[in-house]
Design a protein around this ligand. Structure first.
Ligand code: ADP
Length: 461
């Protein structure tokens, strides 16, 4: 096509030159004739002279036409230069495009190919021309490829089509092709333009994502089964534990049982261990429910001041055993809040019992106040052993205990704070901790005055 354009241009220039040459020759001959007529003097000469005059003016007209032709020729040359520059630009775009471009005829023979496609097929640009595109399709896929080619005659444009291609060395890769049809001036299909992209990396990433999703599902299922198992086990363990605790209490209280002091001590130990074990079972049960997102709050209107005072009173004897002071500071204009009484009490008990457990001198203080709009802040402060900075970041993780030797001395599972943290989260609040070693610790809980029931909450709430 480009070649044809060049040829036409050359021919045009050639005919233009010969036209100009001919006009010049005729003009020269006319001038000669004019000169010879001037030298003669007869009536015939007048006729000749008139004819020559006529010829002259015809020549002038020809001259004007020649000028016009020249001007048109110049315009054409400029237009040709512009078209050539455009063609060059598109050729470069085609050539250096990062994606592979091919042009095939209507039976799939490659007519043009850019660098990207040649390097994709590991073949030189010259050698790829004239080869059937099917050569770069793995043998087992060729039948399907040909069927698709046949379909292309009916379809004008296809959507992205994913298929396996192979390079000249036989290595296959996943490719995505987009095809557009080339028609001749009568609308007949004469070939296709192919955009070919290597999507091996994309495919691998998709496979990895699918794998991760599968693993994720398996993990979720495993976590669900674990929680279910824990919930059932904890439930099953509670019944015998209740029997152990109940009968130990009976043995100690029964007026006719005359237990020897040693035996009484043993039963008391059974009772203490039984209670401890029951607490652990409850913690595990709570944690498994929280982890599975199955813990639902039983929301109700309650008086926060009353809940705090009652909880502190329950804990008072524990503090007294260690000669610790217990102080309550309530700064509430309106003590009515909307929350789960049992779970809120559980949060307070966990924080207060830890404060007492890890304090040897001084005391524990609980401060409750209203902050911002509709927010309540509860701070539990102690003057105890404090928490090392390195432990502070992990303190709310399950089974984490600071200073393991102390833990053994104080017992506990390392689940208390993890449960507290999750409970506060379920209450749409947050918990933070500040501590200095040997000086004390402050746990601060911030909860909304009104906890919104789960079913009314949006996902991002
Ligand atoms: P545990 O059942 O072991 O008490 P928790 O989750 O309640 O588990 O606490 C985890 C760890 O955090 C404790 O073992 C302790 O090291 C530390 N900790 C919690 N509260 C306090 C506190 N008030 N003072 C010092 N250390 C604390």
């Amino acid at each position: 096509m480009i070649q044809v354009e060049k040829e036409t241009g050359k021919n045009f220039e050639h005919s233009m030159d010969s036209f100009v040459h001919k006009v010049d020759t005729v003009r020269e001959r006319a001038a000669n004739l004019q000169q010879r007529a001037d030298e003669l003097s007869s009536p015939q000469v007048d006729i000749k002279s008139a004819a020559l005059e006529e010829l002259h003016s015809a020549l002038e007209e020809l001259h004007v036409a020649e000028e016009e032709l020249r001007a048109q020729n110049e315009e054409l040359a400029i237009a040709r230069a512009v078209a050539e520059a455009e063609r060059q630009r598109y050729q470069e775009l085609f050539e250096f495009a990062p994606d592979g471009y091919l042009v095939t005829d209507d039976v799939g023979i490659i007519k043009e190919a850019n660098r990207a496609v040649a390097s994709l097929f590991k073949i030189s640009q010259q050698k790829i021309i004239g080869k059937p595109l099917a050569n770069f399709v793995p043998i087992e896929e060729r039948r399907c490829f040909r069927a698709k080619l046949n379909q292309l005659h009916q379809l004008d444009l296809t959507q992205e089509w994913e298929l396996q291609l192979c390079n000249r060395e036989g290595a296959t890769f996943d490719a995505a092709v987009t095809i557009s049809t080339i028609h001749d001036w009568e609308g007949k299909v004469i070939g296709w333009r192919w955009l070919v992209r290597d999507i091996t990396v994309r495919k691998q990433t998709e496979a990895q994502i699918r794998n991760i999703q599968l693993q994720n599902l398996q993990l979720q299922e495993a976590a669900r089964l674990k929680s279910h198992f824990l919930a059932i086990m904890s439930h099953e363990l509670r019944s015998p534990m209740n029997a152990i605790i109940g009968f130990s209490q009976l043995l100690l209280r029964y007026p006719h049982t005359s237990l020897a002091p040693k035996q009484e001590n043993m039963v008391q130990r059974i009772l203490n261990s039984g209670r401890h074990l029951l607490t652990l079972i409850d913690e595990i049960l709570d944690f498994s429910k929280l982890e599975a997102g199955r813990l639902e709050l039983k929301l109700q209107e309650l008086n926060l001041a009353e809940v705090v005072t009652a909880t502190v009173e329950e804990m008072l004897s524990l503090a007294e055993q260690k000669n610790l002071t217990m102080e309550v500071k309530l700064d509430l204009h309106n003590p009515v809040i909307f929350n789960d009484k049992t779970r809120l009490r559980q949060v307070l008990v966990n924080l207060l019992s830890n404060a007492i457990k890890f304090t040897e001198d001084g005391g524990v203080q609980i401060e409750v106040r209203e902050v911002a709009e509709n927010k309540i802040a509860i701070a539990v402060k102690d003057t105890g052993i404090g928490i090392a900075e390195s432990d502070l970041g992990h303190i709310f993780e399950e089974f984490r205990q600071g200073n393991q030797t102390l833990t053994r001395e104080h017992g506990g599972t390392g689940l208390g704070l993890a449960i507290t943290n999750r409970l506060v989260n379920v209450m749409q609040g947050k918990i933070t901790v500040e501590s200095n070693l040997d000086q004390g610790t402050t746990f601060s809980v911030e909860i909304p005055r009104q906890v919104v029931p789960q079913k009314f909450r949006s996902f991002d709430a």
